[in-house]
Design a protein around this ligand. Structure first.
Ligand SMILES: C[S@@+](CC[C@H](N)C(=O)[O-])C[C@H]1O[C@@H](n2cnc3c(N)ncnc32)[C@H](O)[C@@H]1O
Length: 320
């Protein structure tokens, strides 16, 4: 299956292409995933983390966390002692804070919002959307993400959430949502903290004992109307931040550019960054499917030299 997907897109010269998952690390248990989020790395997480599988870190930073899929998978593997979840979308960061500190209240709020859809499903969604755009309540955001088309948030030029409801689905049922919220809470409570704001501030304290995983918006996906993310990412600033991590000897991994069918998203990172690029087959593109096309996606995973060179620490590995 993986080979067939890859075969559709020609390999880039001189780049490692994962011909099959680096190491099958599919978790034996289904991991919690409370925030439905287009672009989530939930399915890719085992393969991304397979590149650091036998190392252990003091802290894992995920400064573009979204649904924090890498943090959840890493915490399940006990990859680090502490976890930092960061996002510049304040309501999303607040949602993570609620998951860490008061999952029961959040689950109750979600249940109330979900149950109220019977009043008139579509109108109810638009009422919640208006309320979210005025108050930025994290429970409203959770409801909107669970209920909107393809769990794909969209924002207008003024930063207002403008995605439509999925007319065929009502979003995750409250009983399931409660399980997912508590599952994530149990995995991360006492080990994780949340930072709201720009990624550079979130990773400012990272050291050589830590790992930074970054999944910024690809170039070109967050400009104009109907932006995929609330903010776009300036490539020059991102490259400067990576240079800074290299100077400080901070190991990092970055999911950045990609290709869906014949369309490329973003340029490869420049050669002066001493990173290794690995091509991961990421399955069928949900965005293309949304637009009625059937396309394969390939994503670049960049692994810093300091991570590749870091001695393996199998002997200090904790049992999972
Ligand atoms: C591609 S998504 C990350 C998806 C995530 N890996 C997951 O598994 O769900 C990018 C995230 O970065 C956030 N973001 C955009 N610009 C940012 C910035 N300058 N600093 C921090 N976060 C940012 C967006 O709000 C969005 O949640």
């Amino acid at each position: 299956m993986m080979r067939a997907l890859f075969a559709e897109i020609e390999a880039a010269p001189g780049v490692e292409r994962e011909s099959e998952p680096a190491r099958p690390m599919k978790p034996r248990v289904e991991l919690p995933h409370p925030i439905p989020y287009q672009g989530s790395k939930r399915l890719l997480a085992p393969r991304i983390l397979s590149y650091v599988a036998d190392r252990r870190f003091r802290r894992l930073y995920e400064p573009f966390s979204g649904s924090a899929a890498i943090t959840i998978a890493a915490s399940h593997m006990r990859l680090a002692t502490e976890y930092v979840i960061g996002d510049s979308l304040a309501s999303l960061a607040a949602l993570w804070q609620h998951i860490l500190s008061e999952p029961a209240a959040l689950a109750d709020q979600y249940e109330c919002l979900w149950a109220a859809h019977e009043e008139g499903s579509i109108e109810h969604y638009y009422r919640i959307r208006d309320a979210f755009n005025q108050q930025q309540d994290p429970a409203h955001l959770l409801y909107l993400l669970a209920r909107c088309v393809k769990n794909a948030p969209r924002f207008n030029r003024n930063g207002l959430f403008n995605q439509s409801p999925d007319k065929r689905r009502l979003g995750m049922r409250p009983t399931k949502m409660r399980c997912e919220l508590f599952g994530a809470h149990v995995l991360l409570r006492d080990r994780a903290c949340v930072m709201t704001g720009d990624f550079e501030g979130t990773i400012a304290g990272a050291t050589g004992d830590d790992l930074v995983y970054m999944d910024p918006p690809y170039e070109g996906t967050s400009t104009g109307t109907d932006k995929r993310y609330y903010e776009s990412m300036d490539r020059v600033r991102l490259i400067r931040a990576l240079e800074g991590l290299d100077r400080r000897g901070v190991p990092y991994m970055l999911s950045y550019d990609g290709q869906s069918g014949t369309k490329r998203y973003g340029d490869y990172l420049p050669e002066h960054l001493d990173v290794k690029r690995i091509e991961l087959a990421a399955g069928r593109s949900s965005q293309a499917t949304l637009n009625g096309r059937n396309e394969t996606t390939i994503e670049s995973l960049y692994v810093s030299r300091s991570l590749l060179d870091r001695p393996r620490a199998t002997e200090t590995r904790r049992a999972v």
